[in-house]
Design a protein. Structure first.
Length: 227
């Protein structure tokens, strides 16, 4: 029995596991495991309706810096992940990729963005976490709070765009990834500043986005190796 299990491992599991490790990398795989544990703890606490002290204290601290000028800046930043802007960016990106005959990249970019939308919608309906009401928010939101769709969606979309641009313009990869990280971070910050998300919503959105983005890029890399 043990011999059969060992042979099955060698023939079926081990080659795929090695391929996955090579594709994602040891650091990437380790980070995915760590983030998975953090998300599992976060999911459990939210399902039990546990309160996070730092959620409230952080929002109050952030709100202490509120002023009309910063309001305008944050409202502009948050629009970078609004549905209307996202649809335009996705459509233009898909058009360029298809026109340049990067069909596999276009398919997986579309899959990543569509998957992010499905994940966000499904998880919001599953957790049904209410939005914060500590102070008047700058915009009205009617959906549930966890996870942050702006955090999840921006991580996947801008993260995938950064990967694609870095692959085609490797000389500028550091600048591209730096701009992507800053954009994603500022979008998450803006959602808390305007009062529509808890910090845990942003953390959850980033974590889920990271896992989904890593999976999509790994599938793309595996697919392009086989072509």
């Amino acid at each position: 029995m043990l011999r059969k299990i060992y042979e099955f491992w060698l023939q079926h599991i081990n080659p795929r596991l090695n391929t996955l490790i090579v594709t994602i990398g040891v650091v990437g795989l380790t980070s995915c495991l760590v983030i998975s544990f953090i998300l599992a703890w976060l999911f459990e606490e939210i399902l039990e309706r546990e309160a996070f002290a730092f959620d409230t204290s952080w929002l109050y601290w952030l709100h202490g810096y509120a002023n009309p000028s910063l309001d305008a800046v944050m409202l502009t930043i948050t629009q970078l992940a609004d549905p209307r802007v996202v649809i335009v960016i996705v459509a233009v990106t898909l058009g360029i990729l298809w026109w340049q005959h990067h069909r596999e990249e276009a398919k997986f970019f579309a899959l990543a963005c569509l998957g992010a939308l499905i994940l966000n919608t499904g998880l919001k309906l599953f957790f049904t976490k209410p939005r914060p009401h500590l102070f008047p928010s700058l915009i009205a939101e009617t959906s549930f709070s966890f996870p942050s769709g702006h955090a999840l969606g921006s991580f996947v979309m801008y993260g995938f765009l950064a990967y694609l641009l870095s692959a085609h313009f490797p000389k500028f990869s550091k600048l591209i990834y730096t701009l992507a990280v800053l954009t994603i971070a500022l979008i998450g910050l803006s959602r808390m500043y305007i009062g529509v998300h808890w910090p845990t919503d942003i953390i959850g959105g980033y974590g889920i986005g990271y896992l989904w983005l890593t999976l999509c890029i790994a599938m793309l890399r595996l697919q392009t190796r086989q072509v």
